[in-house]
Design a protein around this ligand. Sequence first.
Ligand SMILES: [Zn+2]
Ligand SMILES: [Zn+2]
Length: 329
Amino acid sequence: MSHLVRYSRWVWWRIKKNPGTQNREIQVSSFSTAAAEEEKPAPPGPPPPIRVSVTESAGRGVFATRRIGAGDLIHTAKPLLTHPSLSANNAACYFCLRKLTPGESQGQTVAFCGQDCKEKAKVFYDVEAKADWAAFDEYCRTQGLKYPLLVKRLACMVLSGAAAADSLDILQPAYLTPEMVLQMQEGFGLLRSSFSKANIADEQMTFLTNQWYNGVLARLRINAFRIELAMGSYGDLLASASACVEAEAAVGNAVYMLPSFYNHDCDPNAHIVWIDNANARLKALHDVEADEELRICYIDAGMDRDARQNILLQGFGFKCNCLRCLSGD
Ligand SMILES: [Zn+2]
Ligand SMILES: [Zn+2]
C-alpha cells in the first residue's frame, strides 16, 4: 500500500487521450508563466479566489469564489513538511527538494541548494544531526517506506519547538487496520530509540507516543503528495514540456494544508504542479465558475476505471462517483 500517494498525472492522460500539439502548447505556456513568476517573489496580492466549505458528500472541499480562467494560478502553497526520497538521497535539496547537480551535493548525504534553505532547515536539522539514523533509514529503505521519514522530520521540528505536535491533526486520517498498526511499531521503536540514544530527555519526548506516531502516519497516508518537478532547471523547461511528463521524476514527498482540502475527481478542473522545488502551485485546468468546487486528481488519471476505483477505495477510503467514473471511462 506504500505506493498510494497523491500525485498529479492528469497531463499524461489528457495528452494520450487527445494527441496533438495543442495540449503541449498549453502546457509550455503555463509552465513558462509559472517559471517567470518564480524569478521574482510576487508582491502580496489579493487573497486567493477560494473558500473551504463543507460539501454534501465529501466533507470539506475547496470552492471558487469568482470565475477562474483555464490555466490561471489559483494560489501557491508552501509545504508543512518535506522529505526527499531515499533514492533521490543527495540529489535533492534536503529542505526544498530542488534538484541538485553532483557538484552542489559534493557527495554529502545531506545537501542544501543554498544558504537560505540551510538556515530554514535548522528547525529540524539541528535536532536530527544529533542522532544516528542508520537503523531508521535502513528500515525505511528495506521496507520501501517514505512516510516515516516525514514523521521523523516532524518529530525533530516538535523537539526544536518549531512545530506543534498536533500540527497535522486538522487533516483527515486514513483508516488503519490492526495489521498496519502492528507494522508501524518497528518504525516507532526505531525513531524513539534514535532520539533516546542521542540523549534527548524523556520529558522533551512526552508527545512521542506510539499513538502520536500512528496518527501522523494515518494522516500522511492520504494527504502527502509525491513531488514530481516539472523541471530541474530553467533550461530543462522546453525539453521537459515537449517530452510531456516522462521527464519528471519523484524527488520526494511533502504535505500541505490548503491543497489537502481539495477533493478528488478523475477528470479534475484543477491540478497541483511543482516547477523547481516543493512550493506548490494550484492551477485551473478549465474555466471554473464562481461557487464551483475545485477538484484535483489524487492518482494516475491514466489508469482505467476499475483500477482507479480500486485504488481510491483501498487507499483513500472512498468510492469515486465523479462524472468520468459514472460514464464508465
Ligand atoms: Zn533548497
Ligand atoms: Zn472518478
